[in-house]
Design a protein around this ligand. Sequence first.
Ligand code: ADP
Ligand code: MG
Length: 265
Amino acid sequence: MPEPHKKPRVIAVANQKGGVGKTTTAINLAAALAIGGIKVLLIDIDPQGNASTGLGIEHEARNGGSYSLLAGETKLAEAILRTEVENLSIIPAVADLIGADIEFGQQDRREFLLRDALNQGCDADIVLIDCPPGLALLTLNALVAADAILVPLQAEFFALEGISQLMRSVDMVKRNLNPKLTIEGIVLTMTDKRNNLSEQVSNEVRTYFRDKVFETAIPRNIRITEAPSHGIPVLLYDFRSTGAQAYLALAAEFLRRARARKEMA
Ligand code: ADP
Ligand code: MG
């Protein structure tokens, strides 16, 4: 008898703002967890497909990817591709996702497409969903499928305003669509110790959101920017870089926090 599928912990990496480090965090947190022996499935639901490209998935290999999965044309098991990183698999994104709001928007279970697909079961321990910017249907699907949201936050002037808006949307999703949704945490990204504004905003975010903020911050690091063009996570590109080490530390803290809350074995 095959073992019954255990339920993976599902984390949506989301922030309505673009360019804040969602994809970078999804790829590199996923890789750091995978290198630590955890089976990770990364689902790319951004029509831009940056996470797929950053993990070296050729366009010809994407084969419908998360679009076909949401459309119900592909089974979960068939949509999953391997990556260069052991223990890390991916469901890539194709540009067809751009039409998701129009195409799926009239369906009865439009917010539940991803949750229903994940209910088919897979052998991952953790599923990370790389969301597009904005809070439209694709991001809603991620928040409905997820146990928790992880928010990359770039420490800049409007950061607090943006995050308050995001938290209100999370509350709306909790009330109406997914009561079990929690906040995994806020990750400060592209921090710069020599930049006063970055430091000041980081401190404000920590004062306001307290233990919701990961102690590990991800510093601005050129190796993080370079890695995607080689189709590998920064951990494979330059293990010793401050960027790679920060994502390793983030993965360790992520596991420590989840285990302390008894949310992971
Ligand atoms: P999002 O997915 O939220 O749009 P990305 O992860 O694509 O954001 O990041 C936006 C840009 O910033 C990318 O070019 C990425 O390489 C760069 N970037 C992200 N995090 C860092 C970092 N810690 N150091 C340097 N560049 C970064
Ligand atoms: Mg992105």
